[in-house]
Design a protein around this ligand. Structure first.
Ligand code: ATP
Length: 323
């Protein structure tokens, strides 16, 4: 397997090497192709990601991605949005499972539509007004709903929308209900504001959530807080041909360069890569190694610990080598 490794900016450059060490410990035969993309490259060379980079990435099987700092003004197209579009990675899969140190007991997955909504870049900008178009199509709604409904072991699907106000959400809801009925999946629907409330009030009631791009983006950060923070939250962007794995968090400029970023979200993103590639046993070993170090208090400062990014990585790899 050939994996494109794109650490990006800020803490991406600190947590992705740990995830690669973990992958190398369980899958030494894989090939790792490093590509430097992001805002720091843009500042240096005037390009955040080139056409050649994209060609190289498409010659790999999948991507391990860190994070990219957004420039203050949109002076170049977003690297992650370009990658999701170019790789047609339409399903953003974000699992939230409590660990020994999580403040709430939860175990659910958010399936976030990844290709349209307000992120499709259709904007009319004048000095006094900006119109941002929200694009929701039957095609994209159907494929994310199908992805969510095909989750192994699914117990209940929660379709999250704002159909009482937005016609675009009416389409999304109706399509999702149609797919759920056809798949024989038990479902409920919930307005996004009620969802934001219920995620805090009674988060254990959720199993599989499907929603549109922007709502999924916001709800995932809320969900990350339920399990202990962004430092613990991995994600996958899955398409029919390619997949890209990245932590939910961004480049965290406030802590970048200090060696204190939590690498677990990146490591668990690598675990999702292993699952996607069909290496279930290796993925399980990575999860067990992460659970082990968490329960032994080997934690970075965001979780109240005193360990450095590098130390956490070393302990995880050591644990993997001993199992
Ligand atoms: P960006 O502009 O790249 O999205 P951001 O700082 O706005 O970066 P995040 O990177 O998602 O957004 O970070 C939000 C907060 O969570 C920050 O205060 C950051 O320090 C903290 N945080 C995010 N990821 C981690 C991590 N892996 N370890 C420790 N703290 C983290």
């Amino acid at each position: 397997m050939r994996i494109a490794v794109l650490p990006g900016d800020g803490i991406g450059k600190e947590v992705v090497p740990v995830a690669v060490d973990v992958l190398q410990a369980v899958m030494p035969e894989a090939e790792y192709v490093y590509i430097n993309v992001g805002n720091e490259r843009f500042m240096r060379e005037g390009t955040a990601m080139s056409e050649e980079d994209l060609d190289t990435i498409k010659k790999c099987d999948c991507v391990l991605f860190g994070a990219i700092t957004s420039p203050p003004k949109k002076i170049y197209p977003s690297v992650i949005l370009t990658l999701r579009r170019e790789l047609d990675a339409y399903a953003n899969v974000r699992p939230f499972k409590s660990s020994a140190i999580s403040p709430y007991k939860v175990d659910f997955i958010i399936y976030r539509e990844n290709s349209e909504d307000l992120y499709c870049g259709i904007e009319e900008v004048t000095d006094d007004q900006v119109l941002s178009t929200r694009k929701i199509t039957r095609h994209a709604s159907e494929r994310i709903a199908r992805k969510a409904c095909s989750r192994p072991g699914l117990q209940k699907l929660t379709i999250v929308h704002k159909a009482n106000v937005l016609r675009s959400c009416e389409l999304f809801r109706d399509v999702c209900i149609g797919v759920a009925k056809k798949s024989g999946v038990p479902y409920e629907e919930m307005l996004v504001d009620a969802m934001a409330y219920n995620l805090i009030r009674k988060p254990s009631q959720f199993d599989t959530i499907v929603t549109t791009n922007l709502f999924g983006d916001i709800l995932s950060d809320e969900a990350a807080a339920l399990i202990g923070g962004l430092g613990l939250s991995p994600s996958a962007n899955i398409g029919d041909r390619y997949a890209l794995f990245e932590p939910v968090h961004g480049s965290a400029p406030d802590i970048a360069g200090r060696g204190i970023a939590n690498p677990i979200a990146a490591v668990l993103s690598a675990k999702m890569l292993l699952e996607w590639a069909g290496y279930r046993a290796k993925a399980e070993r990575v999860q067990e190694a992460v659970d082990h170090i968490i329960s032994h208090g080997i934690l970075t400062p965001d979780l109240g610990g005193k360990f450095k990014t590098e130390d956490v990585g070393l302990y995880i790899v050591k644990n993997l080598e001993s199992t």
